[in-house]
Design a binder for this molecule. Structure first.
Ligand code: HEC
Ligand code: HEC
Length: 614
């Protein structure tokens, strides 16, 4: 038997293999990527805006503000929806009920309030899962997204109350026999962990690397989005930061009428509400929370420090100290809330870096960190049979990372079309979701450097750390297990038509033994701090909606009718308990385990079995 040491030597020598010859001497792959340069995540500096100090004076306070905002249920118009509501589990979602974006898709109809079962996956079921030409037994074309808020038109906020005033609006298809259910996002929720390394965020890349203060769309947004003191009252100033895709992303959901907001709320209105509330007022914060511990209310709920105090500590006075009001009576702090929100949440998410996986330790020289099977999986992952490192490459395991992008733009003619590490895999037909060929909120193409036909159907290549914890997979959430994902690759995609396959995918050759090895390798990409929610992945408690109550099959219990308005379905709620810096005694449940009921006895965290009242 070969010793572990010589296997390592073999791995390090791998780029000489025939499969890598196509990449040429410089190591640049067909996508212009640094093909097989794999290295520990710690070898990459966490990206950071070059001019952050222009806006921020205390990064510690900034991170505390960001963590509080990210987890605060009071941020949503309904007083219960936080960013974390969809990103509570290894940075992703972990719910099963009322999670379908397209419950009535063509001939395949499910109730919006369906609880997904193991049998519902994969969404496209073939007679021979190894052959994408075999008989189609089911093509549900479902999308497993995340439940957000009810469809409600915004009226007003009240200071001191987390619940906003609004009017129920029609929300087909999100209703069951006349009772409304929470709306669901049109794509599956990716993890926020390691997202700081992405050159752009969202599956289609619409959260730009340049942050302009109020929308995800970077330089497309020509507005001057900061309010500052002028000669006669408040005036405006443009905002611009680089390496800030997470700030761009973070200002999307708060006003989004599906995710967090009643339709039509403004940033200043949201700020008027949130600045008047005790942070995390109905949530528990562990006394040893790695960030919020110093502000944890002893024996109580919420924080001892206010949002305005955290903002004053974190930001340069120029962006909050004015005593002037604008024409509608909003203060400077209210008007600049999207700036604080974006930069604070980005700073918090920038701490969510999972570079302590066994794979990272192995690459750093700890030869015992991976088992022989996992090392075989790594070799296969890097090999020509799998093609994985065509796209999942570099220390971040994604061609869509900032460092990969920089490397390419130095190496390639900048005029060459580049989709920035976004590729086609044939997960869904291009017509179902055009991905990167879309336009942004100002009508400009998401990938101006690439012809529309090149951007069609491309999606961001995810970095793969902690992937065992973040099912279901792909932008449509159509695969429940890593084995299903690998079978998908082995059959070279589900919808290969119209050129819907990226470089290398048609050449994939993954046998059963290869898949076993690669699956083992993918499970070695988990950081135990994520799996057990230890610092920096610890967090406040959270009460999340997990589907709607049924009185009898197909009949939802309604919250009670206001005459003339459609009724809303009563939510079921599950508790996500707080964790402190030492984390949980049991690991997070995987999606596969959730489907199988494994861990419902308490041997897994986040099994959604414990109720709560929001
Ligand atoms: C209702 C569920 C929901 C809520 C609430 C929500 N998200 Fe998301 N999040 C999603 C979905 C779905 C996507 C993918 C959407 C897409 O790509 O089109 C996403 C994408 C992201 C991404 C991009 C990750 C990547 O790899 O591309 C980040 C970061 C993120 N969300 C952070 C946040 C923050 C910060 C908030 C609060 C301001 C938030 N989310 C609120 C569901 C949600
Ligand atoms: C042509 C580029 C490309 C190749 C080759 C490729 N991937 Fe991917 N990978 C992607 C993209 C793009 C996505 C997201 C696709 C989508 O959702 O539409 C993805 C998604 C995934 C996911 C799901 C992650 C999640 O959070 O949903 C896993 C797991 C994965 N890839 C593993 C692999 C493995 C293992 C290989 C080799 C067998 C491989 N990939 C080969 C580009 C690629």
């Amino acid at each position: 038997m070969r010793s572990v040491g010589s296997l390592l030597a073999l791995l390090l020598a791998l780029p000489t293999g025939a499969a890598f010859a196509q990449r040429g001497g410089g190591g640049l792959g067909p996508n212009g990527n640094q093909g097989n340069t794999l290295a520990p995540l710690k070898s990459v500096a966490v990206p950071r805006p070059a001019n952050l100090e222009q806006y921020v004076r205390d990064e510690t306070a900034l991170i505390a503000l960001g963590k509080a905002l990210f987890w605060d249920m009071q941020a949503g118009s309904d007083g219960t929806t936080a960013c974390a509501t969809c990103h509570f589990h290894a940075g992703a979602d972990h719910r099963l009920q009322n999670q379908l974006a397209s419950p009535h898709n063509g001939s395949y109809a499910l109730s919006p309030n369906t609880t997904l079962k193991a049998d519902d996956f994969p969404f496209r079921l073939l007679a021979n899962p190894g052959n994408n030409n075999s008989a189609v037994l089911r093509d549900s074309r479902l999308v497993a997204g995340s439940a957000g808020v009810f469809r409600i038109d915004f009226r007003q906020v009240w200071e001191g109350s987390p619940n906003e005033d609004g009017e129920t609006a029609p929300s087909n298809p999100f209703e069951v026999n006349g009772v409304r259910v929470r709306q669901v996002t049109g794509r599956n929720t990716p993890s926020v962990i390691d997202a700081v390394f992405n050159v752009r965020n969202f599956w289609d890349g619409r959260a730009r690397d340049i942050f302009t203060g109020a929308t995800p769309f970077g330089d497309s947004d020509l507005n001057w989005n900061a309010a500052i003191d002028g000669n006669s009252g408040l005036t405006s100033e443009p905002i611009r930061l680089d390496n800030a895709s997470l700030a761009s992303q973070a200002v999307g959901p708060p006003l989004n009428g599906v995710e967090m907001s009643y339709e039509g709320r403004s940033w200043a209105q949201m700020a008027r509400k949130l600045l008047s509330l005790q942070p995390l007022a109905r949530q528990k914060v562990a006394a040893d929370d790695s960030v919020l511990g110093p502000y944890a209310m002893p024996d109580g709920l919420g924080l001892t420090i206010s949002y305005p105090a955290l903002i004053r500590a974190a930001f340069q006075p120029r962006y909050w100290e004015s005593e002037a009001f604008d024409a509608q009576g909003f203060t400077q702090m209210q008007l600049n809330f999207s700036l604080y929100w974006g930069l604070a949440i980005q700073a918090y998410e920038s701490t969510l870096v999972s570079g302590e996986t066994r794979y990272d330790r192995f690459l750093a020289g700890d030869t015992g960190a991976l088992t022989v099977l996992e090392q075989q999986g790594l070799a296969e992952f890097r090999g020509g049979g799998s093609q994985c490192t065509n796209c999942h490459n570099g220390p971040e395991l994604t061609a869509a990372s900032i460092t990969n992008f920089r490397r390419r733009s130095q190496a390639l003619n900048p005029a060459l079309p580049d989709t920035l590490g976004f590729f086609r895999l044939g997960v869904s037909p291009i017509a179902d979701d055009i991905g990167g060929a879309d336009v942004d909120g100002f009508g400009n193409p998401l990938f101006p450097g690439a012809p529309a036909n090149l951007a069609q159907g491309v999606f961001k290549t995810p970095g793969l750390r902690n992937v065992e914890l973040t099912g279901p997979y792909f932008h449509n959430g159509g695969q429940a297990t890593l084995e299903q994902v690998l079978l998908f690759y082995a059959r070279r995609g589900d919808f290969p038509g119209d050129g819907n396959l990226g470089t290398g995918v048609p050449a994939i050759n993954l046998g059963a033994a290869d898949r076993t090895q690669v699956a083992a390798f993918l499970r070695a990409l988990t950081d135990d701090r994520v799996k057990f929610e230890r610092a920096p992945f610890d967090h406040p408690s959270l009460c999340i909606p997990v589907g709607h109550e049924e009185e009898s099959p197909g009949i939802l219990r309604s919250l009670g009718d206001t005459p003339g308005t459609p009724s809303l379905g009563a939510d079921k709620w599950a508790l996500i308990p707080e964790s402190g810096r030492e984390g949980n005694p049991v690991p997070l449940q995987t999606f596969e385990e959730l489907l199988a009921g494994i861990g419902a006895d308490g041997s897994r965290a986040h099994n959604l079995m414990q109720g709560c009242r929001p």
